[in-house]
Design a protein around this ligand. Structure first.
Ligand SMILES: [Zn+2]
Length: 201
């Protein structure tokens, strides 16, 4: 969890020593100077303590959970891990099955960022699948423009379709490979039997 505390000049001078002792650094961004600190998400007691500290002094503070934040690099990560169908650079929309090139492919969060942040149910699904971060490649699916905008931040059926869509492609590829291997095996088996029968005659 990232904690930022924004203060005016005077309060900054007054709080500086105390917050530095509590492990904060003074940083600067477009919104001005602020105190910054990282706290382990599992350290509930520390989070509670800091929340209380800020509230009691009515400080302007934000807690952001980096595991449920949309990261800018997820699109690149997705394309690095997924080279398209058979590595062809052609992607299939997980929702409607449309084929697309890399340029028009939207990378969609199967469980939307918003849901992962607010819904206990979706947090549990992510946890069950062993996904710690919403931007994990396993929570991403290729999607066409139309489906991406239709889905927006809805969960429900769209989440199931996203998961099913991905699984479906994998099953299809597996079935195709099995079919081809089976065909080759059958062909040789037929040739072998044919040879045996001819040997007897
Ligand atoms: Zn689509």
């Amino acid at each position: 969890m990232r904690i930022k505390i924004y203060t005016g000049f005077i309060r900054r001078q007054l709080l500086k020593r105390k917050l530095t002792a509590m492990g904060f650094d003074l940083r600067k961004d477009s919104g001005g100077k602020y105190f910054y600190r990282l706290v382990d998400n599992k350290d509930k007691n520390e989070l509670k303590r800091l929340d209380k500290f800020c509230r009691r002094r009515s400080l302007n503070y934000t807690f952001t959970d980096e595991t449920t934040e949309r990261s800018a690099s997820y699109r690149n990560n997705f394309f690095r891990e997924n080279r398209g169908i058979f590595g062809s650079g052609i992607y299939m929309c997980a929702y409607c099955g449309r084929l697309m090139g890399k340029g028009t492919t939207r990378v969609d969060h199967i469980i939307p960022v918003q849901k992962a942040r607010t819904s206990k149910f979706y947090q549990r699904i992510l946890k069950l699948r062993g996904i710690k971060n919403v931007n994990d490649v396993r929570n991403l699916a290729p999607s066409c423009d139309r489906c991406n905008s239709r889905k927006s931040a809805y969960g429900g059926l769209w989440v199931i379709r996203g998961m099913f869509g991905r699984a479906w492609i994998r099953v299809l590829i597996k079935e195709l490979i099995m079919l081809v291997c089976g065909g080759i095996a059958l062909y040789y088996w037929y040739g072998f039997l044919h040879g045996m029968v001819q040997g007897y005659l």
